[in-house]
Design a protein around this ligand. Structure first.
Ligand SMILES: NC(=O)C1=CN([C@@H]2O[C@H](COP(=O)(O)OP(=O)(O)OC[C@H]3O[C@@H](n4cnc5c(N)ncnc54)[C@H](OP(=O)(O)O)[C@@H]3O)[C@@H](O)[C@H]2O)C=CC1
Ligand SMILES: Cc1cn([C@H]2C[C@H](O)[C@@H](COP(=O)(O)OP(=O)(O)O[C@H]3O[C@@H](C)C(=O)[C@@H](O)[C@H]3O)O2)c(=O)[nH]c1=O
Length: 294
């Protein structure tokens, strides 16, 4: 089968490259830039439809997105184009071809309501900012198209590649003597390698057949960004930095982030029967890889 990965230069796209290296399926890795990467701009509806038709694509994994949460507040049109309108282009093209669209969404579709139990798939979306709003619109475009699809909502993604919270905190806890990190926003960090492994397994074993719908996938466990930072410093051996918990209003930003966006993964576990690693175990593995590369 021919498989198209969009946004393949990003964290999840790169992790999928590694996970699928030995597959007997044919993968096409695309993005708007990058060496060893085919060019495909998902905001170009004709190009998207042409690529899917010409290459006989059976599955699309959409890893392309506008992921800068703060910048999206001042760049709403671009965020909407990439996270919603272009997702509709992919979905309509797959509806025409009869293939399957695997689309990635986020825990930030939640957060506007005060709750403290893990979010279920069917729970109403209550996004608090442009990024979350446009990601929710993207999900709706997929469902409205009538294409065969799986939507995976994930959270707090990090990896060895690109810019992410783990890389930022590795640098800050090394450079700074003191750091304040919010403790009133809880969620679950997710190693992109684990999510890529899960998606690859589902594609490789055709587990998507008869299992369309929306699923939550993050690593196991719950923490705040403060706890996450403490664990990052611990695994990196950065003992000098004094990491203190703070409230969100002490770390001002353009957008209010969810205070509780833990994802309930029961549906994923029971449907696919795949193991999900604990967040601390995956974090330790990722930091060891980053340190090895230096
Ligand atoms: N990062 C996170 O913490 C989380 C991410 N997610 C979701 O997971 C998915 C993957 O995220 P992640 O890997 O971190 O994202 P990244 O931002 O790392 O990667 C996205 C990729 O898409 C590319 N891209 C931008 N515009 C286009 C376009 N017009 N056509 C094709 N590709 C384009 C980007 O290029 P460039 O860099 O040049 O813009 C980048 O290479 C996204 O759907 C995201 O919303 C969900 C929860 C958490
Ligand atoms: C750097 C830093 C951040 N923070 C806070 C700010 C924020 O509330 C929290 C996380 O910071 P970030 O800006 O890295 O996280 P953010 O970009 O909001 O991360 C989100 O990205 C999108 C793409 C998603 O889909 C989400 O699941 C989530 O991963 O940590 C501190 O408290 N102290 C610090 O020194």
């Amino acid at each position: 089968m021919n498989i198209l990965v969009t946004g393949s230069e990003g964290q999840l796209g790169r992790a999928l490259r590694r996970a699928s290296a030995a597959s007997s399926d044919r993968y096409f890795f695309t993005d708007v830039a990058g060496d060893d990467t085919l060019r495909l701009d998902i905001t170009d509806a004709e190009a998207v439809e042409g690529f899917i038709r010409e290459h006989g694509i059976g599955v699309v994994v959409n890893c392309a997105a506008y992921t800068n949460v703060d910048r999206a507040e001042d760049d709403a049109a671009r965020a909407e184009l990439l996270n919603a309108t272009a997702v509709g282009y992919l979905a309509n093209a797959m509806q025409k071809s009869g293939g399957v669209l695997i689309h990635i969404s986020t825990d930030y579709v939640f957060g506007g309501d005060p709750y403290n139990t893990p979010c279920r798939e069917e729970q109403k979306g209550t996004p608090t900012g442009v990024y979350g709003v446009t990601k929710l619109q993207g999900e709706e475009a997929v469902r409205a198209s009538g294409c065969r699809h799986l939507i995976f909502r994930t959270a707090w993604l990090y990896s060895e590649d690109g810019a992410n919270f783990v890389k930022t905190m590795l640098r800050l806890t090394e450079e700074k003597e003191e750091l304040k990190v919010v403790f009133d926003q809880a969620g679950t960090p997710t190693y992109a390698g684990d999510l890529a492994g899960a998606i690859f397994g589902i594609v490789e074993r055709r587990l998507f057949e008869g299992r369309e719908g929306t699923y939550h996938y993050s690593n196991e466990g719950v923490c705040s960004w403060y706890d996450f930072t403490k664990a990052i410093a611990e695994y990196a051996g950065h003992r000098r930095c004094d990491i203190q918990p703070c409230h969100s209003d002490e770390f001002p930003s353009k957008v209010k982030r969810p205070s509780y966006s833990v994802l309930d993964k029961t549906k994923f576990r029971t449907t696919f029967g795949l193991e999900i690693p604990y967040w601390r175990d995956s974090l330790e593995k990722c930091i060891a890889n980053i340190v090895k590369k230096r």
